[in-house]
Write a new protein. Structure first.
Length: 165
């Protein structure tokens, strides 16, 4: 009986999870794969939609990932954003949420990065950007600002102890 319930729950989750949430979770999986286990220990991952559906987990308000970088012995956080398309001046976050991330970074002393993937397929974005949270001063994104943070989407991430590329 337990197996049938698990199958039914999986089907219900698939049918009731909003499409944008599925896209976001697929992009998070894509980003996670770019952090080799040899160098990066995953200390935290935001709970999935289904885990928060019935009872919200307060830590879900943190960035999506917290990693421990073995070579530098430092922690850093990553928040993932996936957009199908980009419109110059895109309002990508609320002021409240941006302030929450900045407060998280300050309070925990953990450098935080925003990783943005652009493209139709969240599991294979056409473009990717990695922005230090401290460089973000407003809730709108402009192409000119993004360009200096562009990186190859399929390449593994590299952390040098202060910057993530």
């Amino acid at each position: 009986m337990g197996l049938i319930k698990k199958i039914a729950d999986t089907i219900i989750d698939e049918l009731t999870t909003p499409r944008n949430v599925k896209r976001g979770e697929a992009f998070e999986d894509f980003v996670l794969e770019r952090f080799p286990k040899k160098y990066y220990e995953l200390e935290y991952r935001t709970p999935r939609y289904r885990d928060n559906k019935d009872r919200f987990i307060k830590k879900s308000r943190q960035p999506d990932f917290i990693f421990f970088h073995r070579p530098s012995r430092k922690k850093f956080a990553v928040e993932c954003k996936n957009w199908r398309f980009f419109k110059n001046g895109k309002e990508w976050i609320t002021e409240e949420k941006l302030n929450e991330y900045k407060e998280f970074e300050r309070r925990k002393g953990i450098k935080t990065f925003i990783v943005i993937g652009l493209g139709e397929d969240p599991e294979d974005p056409d473009e990717m950007f990695c922005i230090p949270l401290e460089d973000i001063k407003m809730t709108k994104m402009y192409r000119r600002f993004l360009e200096k943070y562009q990186r190859p989407p399929r390449k593994a991430f590299y952390f040098n102890g202060t910057m993530l590329k």
